[in-house]
Design a protein around this ligand. Structure first.
Ligand SMILES: Cc1cc2nc3c(=O)[nH]c(=O)nc-3n(C[C@H](O)[C@H](O)[C@H](O)COP(=O)(O)OP(=O)(O)OC[C@H]3O[C@@H](n4cnc5c(N)ncnc54)[C@H](O)[C@@H]3O)c2cc1C
Length: 473
């Protein structure tokens, strides 16, 4: 039986029925009915609630604004009530967006402003979604050098959190920004770059949206390129043993270890040759099938983690690879239909293998009921004050939990492991660190950032409770 057929069968009626009896199996990490739900109750005249993609953040802003120009953006900031927060595609897991005051959607600030064929730079509006950016840049002979594994975010929302893909030779999306325009809470429009208002530039490229609202940015791009992406099932230990070689062999490389299994999914991406052809199909529901299999195995008398590993190994190892080929902006992103919650820390690149091994060992030894794969990626160092990659090459490691299952107990088990390895949390993903802990992780520029923040927003108009917590303001 092929991998896909097997996993689909697992998700089918037989195992689903078995899984129905397994609610208690997940008790160690909470039950889905323990997750606080956000009721969307219709009350005429009352403001509409906002909710993020994964359903763990919500708010009811008193005013929702959608400026269509920089002049309107400045006006909105001048008239805003309460705490002001911008919103892109609502794809952050952390509480960076919620406000009961003014929520500023950036959707109408979208599109290409100008481009330069000589330098391969392009100025774009900050609300441009990544899925629109690819074809738009392609049309003018440019492409971003790297992308995350999905293309839903708005560019403004992406850069303020240092959103990244994988590849030891590539920095985050923020590292491609050479200039930007920031509308401050006091109604100024500041143009900044490494040469002009440099302090604002170093702070604003990764600001967690604390300095104001970015209206436009200039990207340093490359010429368009085609990619071939190969997905394989491999043995986690073998991949980690030769991770340096793997990363050197491919333009982009990442690995997704499967908990309670010796296997991982690897994704190797290279520039495509003329003879590369696609094979196999991407299965956006595969993570759901993994959970069903995990639950079904747990339900069967006498079966446990060893049986789960054996079943996965029998049916998945040795499977042929799946190949996708196309323009870079078509191949980097994947469809994400299964909702989840995520915690990601970036540890120094050299510490990556030890850290991920300790996480896998902890899941196994503490018998945490986790089926969702981990994610393991590399990102090049940069000089952006609050970037997770500031001053050091990074290995970004993520743990996930299904959106209908309480993630808290699982994440609480794993987060101290990241701390032990000097990890810096992804600003847009779940973590529990406060200002004092974060300041210690950014010894070079934490204070510089706070000075710029206070000078641009002395009254703290951009600070919701989460930002107050992380910045100690
Ligand atoms: C399915 C899924 C897959 C993901 N994959 C990856 C991945 O591969 N790599 C990765 O690094 N992350 C990943 N993430 C995390 C996500 O990309 C980031 O949290 C990103 O910041 C979300 O962008 P957004 O446009 O949705 O921003 P939002 O979540 O809407 O906002 C994020 C922050 O940006 C601020 N903001 C928005 N627009 C502006 C603006 N114009 N000016 C100033 N501040 C602004 C907001 O106030 C907020 O503080 C993933 C998330 C999901 C749900």
């Amino acid at each position: 039986m092929k991998r896909r057929t097997f996993l689909q069968a697992a998700a089918g009626a037989g195992m689903t029925a078995a899984a129905a009896g397994t609610a208690g199996l997940l008790a160690g990490c909470g039950r889905s009915d323990a997750v606080p739900q956000s009721p969307v109750q219709f009350v005429p005249g009352r403001a509409m609630p906002w909710m993020n993609w994964s359903g763990n953040q919500s708010c009811t802003p008193a005013w929702r604004a959608a400026p269509a120009s920089e002049a309107e953006l400045v006006d909105v900031l001048a008239r805003a009530r309460g705490v002001v927060r911008a919103v892109g595609a609502s794809h952050s897991f952390s509480a960076v967006v919620p406000t009961d005051g003014t929520l500023v959607a950036t959707d109408l600030l979208s599109g290409l402003v100008s481009h330069d064929p000589a330098t391969l730079r392009a100025e774009i509006l900050a609300g441009t979604r990544m899925h629109a950016l690819g074809p738009m840049l392609h049309g003018v002979g440019q492409s971003v050098p790297n992308m995350p594994d999905m293309d839903y975010p708005a560019m403004g929302g992406a850069i303020v959190n240092s959103v990244h893909g994988t590849g030891q030779r590539f920095g985050s999306m923020s590292s491609c920004v050479t200039a930007l325009t920031l509308a401050t809470p006091s109604g100024q429009l500041i143009d900044c770059s490494a040469e002009r208002n440099a302090e604002v530039f170093h702070a604003a490229r990764t600001s967690v949206g604390a300095l104001g609202i970015i209206s436009r940015m200039t990207l340093q791009n490359v010429a368009p390129f085609r990619l071939v992406e190969t997905t394989r099932i491999e043995t986690t230990e073998e991949v980690l043993d030769e991770i340096t070689k793997r990363c050197a062999m491919h333009r982009n490389f990442e690995c997704m270890p499967l908990p309670h299994s010796s296997l991982c999914v690897t994704i190797a991406t290279d520039e495509a040759g003329p003879h590369d052809t696609p094979t196999g199909e991407d299965d956006p529901q595969a993570v759901k099938s993994l959970r069903t299999l995990w639950q079904a195995v747990g339900w069967m008398p006498g079966m446990g983690e060893a049986a789960y590993d054996k079943l996965l190994t029998t049916f998945m190892a040795g499977e042929g690879s799946q190949v996708r080929v196309g323009q870079s902006y078509e191949v980097f992103p994947h469809v994400r239909v299964v909702r989840f919650r995520e915690m990601e820390y970036t540890v120094p690149a050299d510490a990556g293998p030890a850290c991920v091994r300790e996480i896998l060992r902890t899941i196994r030894e503490r018998r945490l009921p986790i089926a969702f794969p981990l994610e393991y990626r590399y990102v090049k160092a940069d000089d952006i004050w609050l970037s997770m990659f500031e001053g050091r090459d990074g290995c970004s490691i993520s743990v996930h939990q299904y959106g209908d299952t309480d993630h808290r107990a699982y994440f609480a088990e794993i987060e101290p492991i990241f701390w032990k390895y000097g990890g810096r949390p992804h600003w847009g993903k779940i973590h529990t660190l406060d200002a004092a802990r974060l300041a210690a992780l950014y010894p070079r520029h934490w204070k510089d950032f706070q000075e710029v923040r206070r000078s641009l927003d002395p009254q703290g108009r951009m600070l919701n409770p989460h930002l107050k917590h992380i910045f100690g303001a």
